[in-house]
Design a binder for this molecule. Structure first.
Ligand code: ZN
Length: 240
């Protein structure tokens, strides 16, 4: 089915700065850039589930395999393998069609000519309508570098002759956005998001990310006026 899903009333809050909707065009290509396996779920797992439900084709690229996110032992290769398996399982739960692991060193991600070209090639290959990445001011260096990579890659692409201009949606993980420009009601897929997050058992064993993200998404629901009937819902916020 082609067209546009219109299932939620648009809400404008805070002087009209945040656009709240789960209105999604169908059949688009979506690219999700995740510095570590789990950032995709935390930052935009609900939005991913919506894209899949509306027939979009989602590709998630894991920039590192998150090998520093598990205490030793085991060694780095086994730690990366565990986290890749968790990322693959979480993506499967969200319904993501394609996943890719770039395997850059966890904790040492840099936006340099090599890594930017890699991202540029992926964007050129996929030509996604929407790109998800962490926002510029996230508290983790790897996240900020991934954001930088996307911005430089898109700037390079903008100098080419064709008119391809994707929508950039920058998600929040370690640092909430000061002024979101787009807020999506994810109440109807919150259960799916949390199931995908549960696949990251190695991470939840150390830190209660599930409680953290449920709190953040609830906060977004409260301050951006997302309701399920008379109940407050859950939302994800994005910058651009
Ligand atoms: Zn991360």
């Amino acid at each position: 089915m082609q067209g546009v899903l219109k299932t939620l009333v648009v809400a404008l809050l805070f002087g009209g700065s945040a656009y709240c909707s789960n209105e999604v065009e169908e059949g688009k290509k979506i690219l999700v850039l995740s510095p570590h396996p789990d950032d995709d779920v935390l930052g935009c797992g609900g939005a991913i589930a919506h894209h899949v439900a509306s027939g979009d084709k989602v590709t998630t690229v894991y920039v590192t395999s998150g090998e520093m996110g598990i205490a030793e032992p085991p060694g780095p290769q086994m730690r990366a393998k565990i986290r890749e398996q968790e990322g693959s399982r979480a993506s499967e739960i969200l319904g993501v069609q394609h996943t890719q692991f770039l395997r850059l060193p966890d904790g040492h991600v840099q936006a340099n000519n090599y890594t930017v070209s890699f991202i540029e090639n992926i964007i050129t290959r996929e030509r996604p309508a929407i790109i998800y990445a962490p926002h510029d001011d996230d508290g983790h260096n790897d996240h900020r570098e991934v954001c930088k990579m996307v911005r430089i890659a898109l700037d390079r692409l903008s100098h080419r002759s064709d008119s391809y201009v994707p929508t950039l949606r920058l998600y929040e993980v370690w640092t909430p956005l000061a002024a979101p420009t787009y807020v999506e009601d994810i109440s109807d897929v919150m259960e799916t998001k949390m199931a995908a997050l549960a696949a990251h058992a190695s991470q939840l064993a150390g830190i209660a990310y599930d409680e953290g993200v449920a709190g953040l998404n609830r906060y977004r629901g409260v301050v951006h006026g997302v309701h399920i009937g008379s109940q407050i819902g859950y939302a994800e916020a994005f910058g651009e």
